[in-house]
Design a protein around this ligand. Structure first.
Ligand code: SF4
Length: 359
């Protein structure tokens, strides 16, 4: 997906007293910021005035939505497997460390969105967020673009969905509740495993999986149905029966409305970065990966079907989608749930198409 026709200019450089922090990196200029505070050291933010904010998904895409909003480009969550890495190369930045540390910020996103939603040509279609970048990555704590975006969607009663690994989504609980009063709001948290060692190694910039599932529980507790995308299940690292069992058990305990597994895929850009990580962290798996992904970006259909079946069976066993968060936690702790005979929601172990997103 191209990105608003914005390209880096060869004359781009670092901010300096000579250019007053203004660097001609994009067609309409970028303000470059660094923050010498914990959590942001080594990061560079390029604040730009975007030309548009609602992007059309190419017809050829298999995703079940046609419009997306990506207020950031690049992601400090730094997941080694992130499929969006290649989008950074369209800006003449690299798909590896640049993707993790050089984040483009569309500072006029809320204002652009209000204009788009009010335009006569806009038909009020569903807009997906979290499809190419995590909109609740740490930078959102500073820029607060999502507050303006969710408020605009609420005011226009425009249906939308959010997928995130960021617990910061809870900051916007008030706006999400208001939006859900007037339109369809789909929420999904991404958490594929609960293995702490693997989390630190492969998703070093994200909140811990337990914190993400707590966010899922908090959303559900507050009446905002939230599911979990197990994205991605990482072959040979998070796909053992015990790991899947532990993950789905905690997902059920969070009161998730559904759980959907997605197996790791390795498209260009992601493939090189991920395999580099794998060769360093798990060289013993190099040959098995070469065999599993020998045909291209996707693991064989049989492997994907096996994971889907295992997760489906676990979801049924642990009652994903059949109990509210309090009941689910009571069952997990061994206590008798107060209202076991009155399911809070109909069974929904897998996501509806409109809820399915990518990260
Ligand atoms: S997978 Fe999602 S959370 Fe992780 S780096 Fe990519 S966009 Fe960010």
């Amino acid at each position: 997906m191209r990105w608003d026709n914005l390209r880096l200019d060869d004359s781009a450089g670092s901010p300096s007293p000579e250019n007053g922090g203004q660097v001609p990196m994009f067609e309409r200029g970028a303000v470059v910021r660094t923050f010498d505070t914990p959590g942001f050291r080594g990061m560079t933010f390029y604040e730009i005035q975007a030309k548009s904010i609602v992007s059309r998904v190419p017809e050829a895409s298999r995703v079940p939505f046609r419009w997306t909003i990506n207020p950031y480009r690049g992601c400090q969550h730094a997941c080694a497997y992130c499929f969006a890495r290649n989008t950074h190369t369209y800006l003449d930045l690299d798909a590896g460390h640049d993707f993790d540390s050089k984040v483009v910020v569309k500072v006029n996103a809320p204002e652009l969105l209000r204009k788009k939603l009010a335009s006569p040509g806009w038909a009020g279609e569903h807009i997906a967020m979290g499809t190419n970048v995590d909109c609740y990555q740490r930078a959102e704590g500073r820029y607060q673009l999502m507050r303006g975006i969710v408020a605009a969607l609420r005011d226009a009663a425009n249906p939308f969905s959010i997928l995130t690994k960021g617990t910061l989504i809870l900051r916007d609980l008030d706006l999400l509740l208001e939006a859900a009063e007037v339109t369809d709001v789909g929420l999904n948290v991404s958490a594929a495993f609960v293995d702490k060692e693997l989390w630190r190694a492969i998703e070093p910039g994200t909140p811990a999986p337990e914190r993400r599932l707590e966010a899922c529980a908090a959303l559900n507790d507050n009446g905002l149905p939230c599911g979990v995308l197990m994205g991605p299940v990482v072959p040979y690292l998070s796909d053992s029966p015990a790991q899947l069992d532990a993950a789905v058990k905690q997902i059920a305990a969070a009161g998730a409305t559904h759980v959907t597994p997605i197996v790791l895929h390795l498209r260009p850009g992601t493939r090189e970065w991920f395999l580099r990580w794998l060769h360093t962290a798990h060289p013993e798996l190099a040959d098995r990966y070469a065999a599993l992904y020998r045909r291209g970006a996707y693991a064989p259909k049989e492997y994907q079907a096996r994971i889907a079946a295992q997760v489906g069976e676990l979801a049924s066993r642990y009652g994903v989608g059949r109990r509210n968060p309090r009941q689910a936690r009571a069952i997990q702790s061994g206590a008798r749930p107060a209202a076991r005979s009155a399911p809070a929601r109909p069974p929904a172990e897998t996501a509806r198409p409109e809820q399915l997103t990518l990260l």
